[in-house]
Design a protein around this ligand. Structure first.
Ligand SMILES: *Cc1c(COP(=O)(O)O)cnc(C)c1O
Length: 468
């Protein structure tokens, strides 16, 4: 399997070539040259596999340049009951007849990003050792991504993490999660500014190409193809748990921000997994809902980006979205480039033609959005009627899922975080604190290890030069 860019650079690259990279050189995103089709015999065989075995089968279709014995070992060391809490890894929970939650948030940081990031940690360590290289990962986080990256990379050979976060602005729980890590290769930098300041510093450092090369600066952002690929697995695992045989179809509802999670669902569907609908749910930041309803994609400025109670979905543009548009346009790279590199870059928006928009139905996508009041009502209703406390992001997904049910088709809502991570809104909805997994009781009292810094890219560079 080889990889190409959505903007026309057709030089074929292997998986391990793109593993450590971000954007393609032409500014596009990497995609496989084609999606392997899963026939019914294969699907039937996969039904009985463990999660790790299933992950290996799927990844092996896309990874030709890592010996499969090595890949199998990396995957089986990653998806363990010890790390993800259950033998199923992503167990299904029935809310009512035909309506399920798929738990993706029982990893170390209680959010679905662990599903991919844990594997990424193993793949990075493997690939760097094979090349005899090292990598300094530089990132900015307001919570979920940074902690998932740190828990994936902690203790890994050849990798150091430098994670910037806005000083004093993360929840006490999030701060405790990140800052309590004592691993020598993890560096938390608390910047005396807001999240955008952190992101600007990352950009400034990355734009200094000499520094970037000298210190081997890399990222683990959500456009990484390996992350997306790892997420394809739980669509298959959810399907097998919700159905008895492969004639049945299911729908998935996905709380969405950067379009990474649901893009993996799109890939699973392109491979032939019998998915009826992919239900995209947004919060008040409804860039994507607007697109799927109208065919117009309009990126927002920071002034128009709302801070909501499902903060991991507070995005102004969706960084993985170009992948789906490329497929929707019949993989026409020239048209994709015209929309993203020309129109969007110049005017902040683009609109599909009527024929292009009409094709969306063939891909199974529908959408909806929710508000803070919707989240509170959904959390309350689910606690009362189903006896289950869900987090705010999952509540966005469940609210929109209920608007797109088809008779006879099970609906699987992806649970993207545990309520313990967003306790303030749970208290607002239910009048009580959510339960916290035993391993995380009292983490706020653990010793913290972090460096406070002014908004100053040079200071961050100096720090990396001392510790990288
Ligand atoms: C990152 C995140 C999302 C959004 O996922 P995308 O892949 O960016 O669409 C939703 N919920 C939670 C809890 C997250 O951490």
């Amino acid at each position: 399997m080889k990889y190409i860019s959505t903007r026309g650079d057709a030089a074929p690259r292997g998986f391990s070539e793109i593993l450590l990279e971000g954007l393609a050189p032409d500014g596009g995103l990497y995609l496989p040259t084609h999606y392997p089709k899963i026939d019914t015999a294969t699907l039937a065989r996969w039904r009985d596999l463990t999660y790790a075995e299933l992950a290996f089968e799927i990844l092996a279709l896309y990874i030709a340049d890592i010996p499969h014995a090595d890949l199998k070992r990396l995957v089986s060391q990653t998806y363990t009951e010890q790390v993800f809490g259950t033998r199923e890894i992503t167990p299904l929970k029935k809310l009512e007849d035909g309506l399920y939650l798929e738990a993706l948030s029982n990893g170390p940081t209680l959010a679905f990003k662990d599903m991919a990031m844990q594997l990424l940690g193993a793949l990075f360590e493997y690939e760097l050792a094979r090349r005899g290289q090292t990598l300094n990962i530089l990132g900015a986080t307001s919570g979920d991504t940074g902690s998932a990256a740190e828990y994936a990379m902690r203790g890994k050979q050849g990798v150091k993490v430098f994670m910037l976060s806005p000083h004093g602005r993360m929840s006490p729980f999030q701060q405790a999660q990140m800052f309590s890590l004592q691993d020598a290769n993890i560096h938390n930098i608390a910047v005396e500014g807001v999240f955008d300041d952190c992101q600007d510093i990352v950009k400034a450092v990355s734009n200094d190409l000499a520094f970037k090369r000298r210190w081997k600066i890399g990222t683990v952002n959500s456009i990484n193809w390996a992350r997306l690929l790892a997420q394809v697995v739980y669509y298959f695992a959810g399907y097998f748990q919700a159905t008895k045989n492969n004639d049945e179809r299911v729908s998935f509802a996905v709380p969405s921000g950067n379009f990474g999670n649901i893009c993996a669902g799109h890939v699973a569907r392109m491979m032939g997994l019998p998915i009826e609908r992919l239900v995209l749910a947004t919060n008040e930041n409804n860039v994507l809902d607007e697109f799927f309803r109208t065919g117009t994609y309009r990126a927002r400025g920071s002034a128009e980006t709302h801070e909501t109670s499902s903060p991991s979905m507070d995005i102004s543009k969706a960084s993985n979205f170009e992948r789906f548009v490329f497929d929707l346009l019949g993989r026409d790279a020239a048209r994709t480039r015209a929309l993203f590199a020309d129109e969007l870059a110049k005017t902040g928006r683009f609109t599909l033609t009527r024929e292009e928009f009409a094709r969306i139905a063939e891909y199974g996508f529908v959408s909806g959005s929710s508000t803070h009041a919707d989240r509170l009502a959904t959390i309350r209703d689910t606690a009362q009627r189903c006896g289950t406390v869900i987090d705010t992001h999952t509540a966005d997904g469940l609210k929109v899922a209920r608007e797109h049910r088809d008779a006879g088709v099970p609906m699987i809502v992806l649970e993207t975080a545990l309520p313990a991570k967003f306790s303030a809104t749970i208290v607002e909805a239910l009048g009580r604190e959510p339960e916290r997994p035993a391993a995380l009781q009292g983490i706020e009292r653990l010793p913290k290890r972090f460096e406070v810094m002014r908004v100053d890219a040079q200071a961050v560079k100096d720090y990396i030069a001392r510790h990288g």
